[in-house]
Design a protein around this ligand. Structure first.
Ligand code: ZN
Length: 393
């Protein structure tokens, strides 16, 4: 038993490889094609007969994993509850807004990026991964007062080594997207570094959860455009009409010496993080209570997210249709929205275990606990598309 416990503390190597692939794939909000292809490939390897995989008009990837009747009970599968699990595939990045006569590129930020992390940063532009560097005047050429000032991103340019607009336009064009050029690194057996860990850690948790069967229907949604206003989640929550939802996120972690203890949102290595509230939603108390109970029962490490800043896909999901009881399970990540974040693989595995154990203890047949039973019949009607699909399956 102790041995089993030991091996379950870190994710299998194959899943760390998956995280590497997802972290290194490009997927700025609105241009998620590359990371979506990588996710779909991973999902296909986990589908069973009767499961459904579709990509909607915005680019969200929706996977319906049908409930497996518990072997003890057997019998006809009933109107199993549908649980939506959401992780966003997009990342913050840059958008090329003009090609200047001297061959440099002006850009706009996509999503929340701190201007201070930009100067001197290496980037990859477009699917051809044209290498560039965000130009910064060397310290020797700056006046003392300039050295203390943060350059506004609108004054910065990307240098791709071109000498003229014509030369630059042979490699890039206005409307191209740029991502941080950050290779994924396993720093220690537990710690990894990479770009876009917000939210490729959540996508990896979701893929890990999809490896098992559950007594409920699961709608695993890899959403788009979270970083520009949780837009993909809004339409997928409407389409899926779930009975309840869990959002899987990479969340802020500031346990580094530069922060005051009261500013520490989460601590790396202390388990999956549960939130009570952020700027876009308040987690459903009954759902949080049940997550805590499951974690306590199974000895799964968890911690509280001790800040209310930020928002995630739970925002639009919990106010979709008649309301969807929602909560977030997060993996702490240091330096999110920067060029390289750091995460703990033990936290990632704790999130997989917590979400899996939570799903396993849900009832196969309605009724669910009364708090989310309300509206189940209405939601079943809205899920006609899913019932049709189930009959085909
Ligand atoms: Zn995120």
């Amino acid at each position: 038993m102790a041995g089993e416990e030991g091996t379950s503390l870190l994710p299998p190597e194959s899943l760390v490889e998956t995280l590497r692939r997802l972290s290194e794939a490009a997927g700025v909000s609105g241009a998620e094609d590359e990371v979506r292809r990588a996710i779909v490939e991973q999902v296909r390897a986990r589908l069973r007969p009767g499961d459904l995989l579709e990509t909607d008009t915005m680019g969200n990837v929706v996977v319906i994993k049908r409930a497996q009747a518990p072997s003890a009970g057997g019998g006809e599968p009933g109107p199993a509850p549908l649980v939506m699990l959401a992780a966003h595939m997009d990342e913050v990045g840059l958008l090329v807004s003009s090609v200047e006569p001297d061959g440099t590129l002006r850009f706009k930020k996509v999503g929340g990026i701190d201007d201070r992390v930009l100067p001197g940063r290496q980037v990859h532009i477009g699917l051809k991964r044209v290498p560039g560097v965000i130009g910064a005047r060397p310290i020797h050429l700056q006046k003392p007062e300039e050295r203390r000032r943060v350059e506004d991103a609108s004054n910065l340019v990307i240098d791709i080594g071109a000498d003229s607009r014509e030369q630059a336009e042979r490699a890039v064009k206005v409307g191209d997207w740029a991502v941080f050029a950050t290779p994924f690194v396993r720093m220690t057996p537990r710690r990894v570094r990479g770009k876009a860990l917000d939210d490729r850690v959540g996508c990896t948790v979701l893929l890990g959860v999809l490896e098992r069967a559950y007594p409920v229907d699961v709608a695993a949604v890899f959403t788009v455009q979270e970083e520009v206003g949780t837009r993909g989640a809004a339409i997928s929550a409407y389409r899926v009409a779930p009975d309840l939802a869990l959002v899987l996120e990479g969340t802020t972690c500031a346990d580094i010496p530069a922060s005051e203890p009261h500013q520490e949102a989460t601590r790396l290595g202390e388990g999956a993080a549960l939130s009570v509230m952020d700027h876009t939603s308040i987690a459903h108390p009954a759902l949080v209570e049940q997550l805590v109970a499951v974690a306590e029962r199974q000895g799964i490490p968890y911690q509280w997210r001790r800040t209310t800043a930020g928002g995630n896909d739970a925002g639009p999901i919990h106010v979709s249709r008649w309301g969807v009881p929602s909560a977030s399970v997060s993996v702490p990540c240091r330096y999110i929205h920067g060029p390289a974040a750091v995460a703990d693989l033990g936290d990632l595995q704790a999130a997989i275990r917590l979400v899996s154990a939570f799903l396993e203890q849900l009832p196969h047949n309605a009724p669910l606990a009364s708090v989310w039973q309300n509206g189940h019949e209405q939601r079943m009607r809205e899920r006609a598309w899913l019932r049709d699909f189930s009959r085909r399956g």
